[in-house]
Design a protein around this ligand. Structure first.
Ligand code: FO1
Length: 319
């Protein structure tokens, strides 16, 4: 028996919620999520993969829905104890429940397992109902070039320091994906593209989530070699960013903060870009030459609304 197969490129909270909607819209489909790992970081000796964990926790029912990251019912004893020791960094919160995930991941990575195998092992507990793949088994970390307000000098800081510590308030001049040149798509990624009936770009950050995934050498080529249609969903709704701080990232690459701006950034597949179709929110307009622009509600305000949005993406993909 053959199932329809969908692949979704996804970042953290927005990507995870979209995947939940897609799973509801197509419960019998075989869904693969290719997840950004550029946000990954080592803190207190532990390897943390925020987007992978957000996807697995969200689909597995373990996410704190309000925060959009970390575990529901979390406690913070270890964080308080670390603070009592004056341990750095003090601006990044690891909850007690969440820590178990990072302890297991770090132990497995140290034992030599690749990140894809570690992710599969962690997902065994959460049963997300989709195959969750890191974009790459090789370590890739996004760094942000900012100007030090004290010295006036340019320096690169880890994405998490920029995002969480500085709430993206420091002006950035570039994003650098450290390690990306040596990266390859994780096992299963190119195979999933080749077998896909539809490929969807979740309404995730086009620069530091989707852009980072697409930067893995060979991944974009494998995506474009797929016979499936490629459909993107705009993360910009009514000229606004609904989640995250994409409005701080898009201008760094000269991309206008609008559904049209992001659509044009991805570009038409027929003209060397990515998209066959581009979904924008009702009331928004976008002229993206060579791309079928479809206008539908894109607010992930409830599971039903998100499932309808996913259904519209599949319709645009012709499945
Ligand atoms: N986001 C925060 O705003 N503050 C935190 O202290 C924080 C801790 C954290 C720990 C584990 C994890 O998986 C994610 C965490 N996040 C935190 C979210 C995350 O760093 C970012 O929102 C994403 O990387 C951007 O997608």
């Amino acid at each position: 028996m053959s199932f329809v197969q969908f692949v979704v490129l996804a970042g953290g909270t927005g990507g995870a919620r979209f995947l939940r909607g897609l799973r509801a819209a197509a419960p019998d489909a075989d869904i693969t999520a290719v997840v950004n790992t550029g946000d990954d970081v080592t803190m207190h000796g532990l390897r943390i993969c925020p987007d992978l964990d957000t996807v697995v926790y969200t689909l597995g029912g373990g996410i704190d829905e309000e925060r959009g990251w970390g575990r529901v019912g979390e406690s913070w004893t270890v964080k308080e104890e670390l603070a009592a020791y004056g341990a750095d960094p003090d601006w990044f919160g690891l909850g007690d429940r969440d820590l178990a995930t990072h302890l297991i991941r770090t132990r497995m990575l140290d034992a030599g397992y690749p990140l894809s195998a570690v992710t599969a092992a962690l997902a065994d507990r959460w049963r997300p109902g989709v195959t969750v793949l890191p974009m790459s088994d090789q370590r890739v970390e996004t760094h942000v070039v900012v100007t030090d307000p004290e010295t006036g000098r340019n320096q690169a800081i880890h994405f998490q320091e920029w995002w969480v510590r500085h709430r993206a308030a420091l002006d950035a001049s570039a994003f650098v994906q450290v390690g990306v040149d040596a990266a390859r798509p994780a096992p299963g990624v190119t195979e999933a593209f080749a077998a896909a009936d539809a490929i969807l770009l979740a309404p995730s950050n086009p620069v530091v989530s989707i852009g980072t995934i697409l930067g893995v050498p060979g991944l974009r080529e494998a995506l474009l070699a797929s016979p499936a249609r490629i459909v993107g969903l705009s993360p910009i709704v009514g000229g606004d960013v609904l989640r995250g701080m994409a409005d701080r990232c898009l201008p760094v690459l000269g991309i206008e903060v609008s559904a049209e701006g992001v659509g044009r950034h991805y570009g038409a597949r027929a003209a060397g870009g990515l998209l066959d179709a581009w979904l924008v929110h009702s009331g928004d307009t976008a002229d993206v030459p060579g791309v079928d622009v479809v206008t539908v509600p894109l607010l992930m305000s409830s599971p039903e609304a998100t499932a309808a949005m996913a259904r519209a993406a599949l319709d645009a993909a012709g499945v």
